[in-house]
Design a protein around this ligand. Sequence first.
Ligand code: GTP
Length: 673
Amino acid sequence: NMSFCLVRRCEAAFLRHLSEFRVSRRRTSSCGLSGTVWRHRWMKRLPVLRCRDLSSHTHQDAVDLSKFPVERIRNFSIIAHIDHGKSTLADRLLEMTGAIAKTEKNKQVLDKLQVERERGITVKAQTASLFYSHQGQQYLLNLIDTPVNGDPHYEVSRSISACQGVLLIVDANQGIQAQTVANFYLAFEAQLTIIPVINKIDLKNADPDRVEAQIEKVFDIPREECIRISAKLGTNVERVLQEVVNRIPPPEVSTDDPFKALVFDSTFDHYRGVVANIALFGGQVKKGDRIVSAHLGKAYEVNELGLLRPDERPTDRLYAGQVGYMVAGMKDVKEAQIGDTLYLQQQPVEALPGFKPAKPMVFAGMYPMDQSEYTGLRSAIERLTLNDSSVTVQRDSSLALGAGWRLGFLGLLHMEVFNQRLEQEYNASVIVTAPTVPYKAVLSSAKLIKEHGSEEITIVNPAQFPDRSLVSEYLEPMVVGTILSPDTYTGKIMSLCMNRRGVQKNMVYIDDHRVMMKYLFPLNEIVVDFYDLLKSMSSGYASFDYENAGYQAADLIKMDILLNGRSVEELTTIVHRERAYSAGKAMCEKLKDSIPRQMFEIAVQAAIGSKIIARETIKAYRKNVLAKCYGGDITRKMKLLKKQAEGKKKMRRIGNVDVPKDAFINVLKRKDK
Ligand SMILES: Nc1nc2c(ncn2[C@@H]2O[C@H](COP(=O)(O)OP(=O)(O)OP(=O)(O)O)[C@@H](O)[C@H]2O)c(=O)[nH]1
């Protein structure tokens, strides 16, 4: 008996370490294995321990899910601006319902990635099923954690569509910010119950009255409906749980309907394949069932099912209204895309509305710093894209930067997070080129239309930009940006927006000192440095968010960069005619600073067709040919100088400008570190 107890204790201690170790990427990477692989190697060796509880609460798992009434299920999300306390509140809810033990270490339990913990943002949605007793009844609360920054809101909107209500968190000090507004509208349009929660009331500068007034003014929600809490200290958090039960309706689903589930997140596991997080909109599903994904029409057998508490707890079946995970032998996350519908092979149903395949809106080239690192970088990119079906990867090569890839992302933050994960988790050093956006052209040439099979083509690479004579119009992607800022910075922000071809759509005061502005921008104008400039000119107080707003006709042109008359393909860009002069000038200046002087003069020019719009000159080294002429006749000196000038002219004509790789990197890379 004693030795049995000892073994149990060791097991418990080991598993505690295991769960901590799993989230410590730095330590796992030092042993050369990714967190998931490492965990599974150990889990495989410990099959008996696999399903055991990592936390201290097991009793609720004894609940018979088949008998759990739908009326006592609540599906909800927490939505908030960055840093307003979403993860902290989630931790408290998990603790209070016994899903995790109360310890100091519970900091953002649902944020599992290193970049999430470091930047304090949520990248992937994580989900937890909580059992909560209220007035003598047990409720199943499914907390669906949304990635607030999943741009452009698609992931959030899909997570939200698995819910009937949301907790809208607003910081009691900062008040409503741009993402609060964007997330509110996502929930509002989905007709969900919105419970405003004012967090951080413990802060010295907290002003919950002001925030309540803002919520009333901007969202038209009566101030009495707001709940004031401190997620950090746990103040009033119990009330949040009560209100979730009282205000949010249960899902309107039935176990008698055919099985229908929404995929709202999916991850890749090296041992089991794709793990899809699903919300059941009807029926039930059990291990061994054959299911079909509506988007691809492919059939799979369900190998594993379970609840997320937040660790996986296998169960035999899942029922309508419940939320859980499913492993069904899918080998690629593209087979379980977010927003897709699953149904039983023998009982086809209509797919849930709103699915759209991921469409990249921002493209950037990625090249290894050194070509010898190519293979390493390739496998790092492959591993990262295993978990993110929305990144598109295309091989690319550039004379200057060597072999690399052209990657497409859903938006700016998506790209930032991807780069950061590449650098941090895989130790890859990469050159990332300035991002570009996909333009479109409506063709007028019958020959081209036949060649492309459609009238409208998307142009990602400037080299494929069709000539003006072959198109009826060019189109560029637009976004609606929301900016919230203290009114002292309004003037500066407005002139920045105007410089970026922004058109103001709306401007309102949300309280005495804060304004909310809406602008229509060309996406291209905000992809590079807009956010950084906005932050720095407002001392960090302005917040910005955007959503896609389709395409709009634009006067686009192709700008070439010429070095001594020869076009450099890598530097060709597509620009708006209005911006061509400034863009050309900036590019020439950058090149002038980056290309070292050579034996001959170099003309750096920006050209539109045959018209030169900007020029810089890199002066040649001048050998002092008169060094040996002490005194003497002036005509001798003139002769020597003339001979030198002729030599240079010849060199310039025949000389291929030697552009070092660093110069290309300087000009092409996204921003200075
Ligand atoms: N004083 C105080 N600080 C809090 C409270 N809630 C959260 N914080 C702090 O605010 C910071 C941000 O909290 P998070 O929970 O990471 O914010 P988040 O909304 O999850 O951030 P994202 O993952 O980007 O959405 C952390 O440093 C928390 O410790 C609170 O009630 N009071």
